[in-house]
Design a binder for this molecule. Structure first.
Ligand code: SF4
Length: 395
């Protein structure tokens, strides 16, 4: 039986943040309800032999899922329960803005089966939050975490951002300490990216962004501080206590199957990758008329999968393994190892006797290293059959 992740996309937010390029927009209750009906139709009509897969992760993301209200969220979750075989210890996450939840709402969600909640905190400072167009305060975050604990959510994640306009390293560490103080089980730290088409991209010269060196200092200080507090890094931007890594995220990074529902949602099931119409109104109309909702579908061949393995495994602290590349993808590891050996000598990569991974300093330049690894993959020879044991070079 294969594990399957389900992703539910809720493309609505209460307001639009100044840095956000995700597919989401503001809408009223009528559209929330109409969307919920369409999504339920989509999920309940989804074709998959129940004996093939067991769902071990359900993730409501967006957007801000909680803006559609707990009644709609619970209806959607119940539809997933009815349509798929669910593992009893399935991780069921909902993303939420701190000012979009109440204790009664969280209690109802918990009773319905949600067992993990992820709040976008971003910063403890009001000025930084307002620069980002966030409508909540740090007090809202503290109240939301307390309410989630009271509602018996024992797995709580907080998102933080660094590299914000006018932010100093100590400002960021203050926010990180404030997040740690709330004792979540999981923390994500993302660097702010100024995306084209967002309000922040209109006058970037006025933003007073920290320099690249300052941003690197923030990241490295966060890795150290989080490690001291028992948060183990498992991916470039993600840290968890007590092994409570996000199953949903890990499925994506380890090329496991996941099925996304909703406009613009992507899926990887078996050898097929597909996505749905990236427009909420068209998605709703197509579902009500019984029209095609798939925007794009492709079959992933082994060599593409191999490229994805190289690219995604190097984002994680589990890293890349020669035996996986050779046995599963029938590709020589030697050329990639040459790249990693070079970065080993400069302190950007490490080897634990089985797998190669990047160090925190390596994660800072991961795009560059992964690019080189992919170039090396292009030059790598293919094997006719797996080699009997891989002999690594000395490190
Ligand atoms: S709440 Fe999240 S998805 Fe919504 S606008 Fe802000 S960053 Fe984007």
């Amino acid at each position: 039986m294969t594990g399957l992740g389900i992703y539910i996309h809720i493309p609505f937010c209460a307001s639009k943040c100044a840095y956000c390029s995700f597919y989401s927009r503001c809408a009223g209750k009528a559209e929330h309800n109409e969307y919920t009906r369409a999504l339920i139709k989509h999920i309940s009509e989804a074709q998959m032999k129940p004996s093939d897969y067991v769902v071990d992760s359900i993730y409501f993301g967006g957007g801000t899922p909680t803006v559609i209200g707990e009644r709609n969220l619970i209806k959607i979750l119940n539809t997933v329960y009815k349509s798929f075989k669910i593992n009893p210890d399935c991780e069921i996450t909902c993303e939420a803005n701190p000012n979009s939840v109440t204790l009664p709402m969280l209690k109802k969600m918990r009773r319905a089966g949600f067992n993990r909640i992820s709040f976008g905190m971003q910063s403890k400072y009001l000025a930084e939050l307002r620069n980002l167009g966030r409508t909540h305060t740090f007090e809202d975050v503290a109240a939301a975490v307390e309410a989630a604990k009271k509602a018996k959510f024992s797995n709580i994640s907080l998102d933080l951002m660094y590299g914000l306009p006018s932010q100093s390293v100590s400002d960021f560490l203050d926010s990180l300490d404030a997040a740690i103080e709330l004792s979540p089980t999981h923390i994500s730290c993302y660097g702010l990216k100024i995306e084209a088409g967002t309000p922040l991209a209109e006058h970037p010269e006025t933003l007073h962004l920290p320099s690249d060196d300052e941003q690197a200092d923030m990241y490295l200080a966060a890795v150290t501080r989080l490690s001291e507090e028992g948060y183990k890094q498992y991916e470039i931007s993600n840290f968890a206590r007590d092994g409570l890594i996000s199953r949903h995220n890990m499925k994506y990074w380890t090329l496991e199957d996941y099925w996304g529902f909703g406009p613009s949602a992507h899926s990887l099931v078996g050898k097929k990758r597909f996505s749905y119409i990236p427009d909420t109104s068209r998605y709703i109309a197509a579902l009500s008329q019984g029209d095609e909702i798939i925007e794009k579908i492709e079959t992933i061949n082994t060599s593409e999968r191999c490229g994805e393995y190289v690219m995604l495994s190097l984002r994680t602290t589990e890293g890349i393994r020669a035996d996986v590349l050779e046995k599963k993808y029938l590709t020589h590891f030697d050329k990639i190892e040459e790249v990693l050996l070079r970065y080993y000598k400069t302190g950007h990569a490490t080897f634990d006797g089985q797998s190669w991974s990047l160090t925190p300093e390596g994660f800072l330049i991961s795009n560059h290293i992964i690019g080189e690894a992919l170039d090396a993959l292009e030059e790598s020879e293919h094997l006719v059959r797996p080699r009997n044991g891989y002999v690594r070079k000395d490190v």
